[in-house]
Design a protein around this ligand. Structure first.
Ligand code: V47
Ligand code: SF4
Length: 389
């Protein structure tokens, strides 16, 4: 009996696409040139079917989410990324904020007794929030709630912190890890290729620096995520270059958990004249990333940025994770124009969203240990829960 991938292989007439489909069926890695063929010639249906084949081979219908919240210590930032709608030069009453350690601990305490497993801490690069400040924060969070997984600091924040403290990456990472830092989020990667990086975020850590920081974390046994800010001025070649660098590091360390493509949103920033990607292109990108990044276990659609309805759609294009409950604790995407102006979903809403597209909702912790399988959990008013935008 033919499987659906056999039917796909026999139905496609283009030889290059046919050979890529055969590789996917055989579990063979595709090359950069083949990835370009997918971007240039692969229809949404074709790349979607291949990505879905891989997703189901790896995870079946399992779709992960977690219960988390964010803390954004500040939006004051010494850098000036052109796509950023969030950063400010100073803290002032209207627009800039800078939280004290006590204020951040108070946020953590609002979740006392609630079944949250992760806090995600990222923000701007404040010239006065240094290594000691964040070591104290890590220690105090862990003293208050030892079981809470602390996923914190982009490589951009870490690079600045370590350089200011005159520490090597290895020394700095070890100090933060000892203080309670459990893993790294994937932010700050943007587009690695200098042709683009120099135009959109010239003054922050470059590709090699970003990769070296993640490699160091992996050496200490920590896991991390990787992102790519796509859909602006980059070309397909730049996306492939970005993913190749990640795939190479992952071959070496196996420390990445998840790849998270971040869709450029164009509201109120220095790149507002650049149109946003279409949803079709978003889905093609997710699918192609799933096909190319054969050594990444997970592919995440971050719903506060993509919108919950599109995140739901992405579950048919290779995605097997939609991040977490968030609890309206991040402003990065609402300020950049996302339709999710107060990003917050209850567990019931997330579960319903996943079930509506006939997938299996599984709560995970940050490291993808299963917390609870929600397949058979029925919420009283499930039909009314997923408020699609
Ligand atoms: O590095 C900033 C992006 C990132 C815009 O690891 C923008 O689990 C689109 O990395 N349009 C920070 N994107 C957020 C981040 C992240 C988010 C969720 C989960 C994880 C994880 C990591 O946000 C920045 C930048 O690439 N960003 N401005 C914008 N206008
Ligand atoms: Fe600063 Fe991050 Fe915004 Fe760049 S993206 S300006 S590093 S807050």
């Amino acid at each position: 009996m033919s499987t659906s991938i056999d039917i796909l292989i026999s139905s496609v007439t283009d030889k290059a696409l046919q050979s890529i489909a055969q590789k996917v069926k055989d579990g063979v890695r595709i090359t950069d040139e083949e990835c370009l063929v997918l971007f240039e010639k692969g229809s949404l249906a074709f790349v979607g079917a291949l990505a879905n084949f891989i997703r189901e081979k790896l995870h079946g219908d399992k779709t992960y989410f977690n219960r988390n919240f964010h803390i954004e210590p500040t939006n004051v930032c010494v850098f000036s990324c052109k796509f950023c709608s969030y950063s400010r030069l100073y803290a002032n009453k209207e627009e800039g904020w800078e939280l004290s350690i006590e204020q951040m601990l108070d946020i953590v305490k609002t979740y006392d007794g609630k079944p949250i497993t992760e806090v995600h801490i990222v923000g701007g690069v404040h010239p006065k929030m240094n290594m000691d400040y964040f070591i104290e924060l890590m220690q105090k969070i862990k003293a208050h709630r030892p079981g809470l997984h602390v996923k914190a600091f982009t490589a951009v924040e870490l690079d600045y912190m370590f350089r200011k403290a005159k520490l090597s990456t290895a020394e700095g990472m070890k100090k933060l890890h000892d203080a309670g830092l459990d893993s790294l989020p994937g932010g700050g990667a943007e587009i690695f290729h200098p042709e683009i990086r120099e135009q959109i975020s010239a003054d922050k850590v470059n590709a090699d620096g970003w990769l070296a920081i993640h490699e160091e974390a992996h050496k200490l046994g920590m896991h991390s995520n990787a992102t790519m800010l796509y859909g602006h001025i980059e070309k397909y070649e730049h996306r492939i270059d970005h993913m190749r660098r990640l795939r190479e590091l992952q071959d070496k360390t196996k420390g990445f958990n998840t790849f998270i493509p971040l869709k450029f949103r164009n509201h109120d920033n220095d790149m507002s004249h650049v149109p946003e990607n279409t949803i079709t292109e978003d889905m093609r990108l997710y699918a192609i990333a799933r096909i190319y990044l054969d050594n990444f276990p997970h592919l995440k659609a971050y719903w506060p940025m993509l919108g919950r309805q599109n995140a739901q759609l992405s579950l048919s294009f290779g995605v097997n994770d939609i991040d977490g409950t968030i609890d309206d604790s991040t402003k990065i995407y609402s300020m950049a124009g996302s339709e999710e102006q107060t990003p917050k979903m209850s567990t019931a809403e997330l579960v319903t969203l996943i079930k509506q597209v006939k997938r299996q909702p599984v709560e995970r912790d940050t490291l993808y240990n299963v917390v609870k399988d929600f397949s058979n959990v029925v919420f009283a008013d499930a039909e009314n829960l997923a408020h699609l935008n």
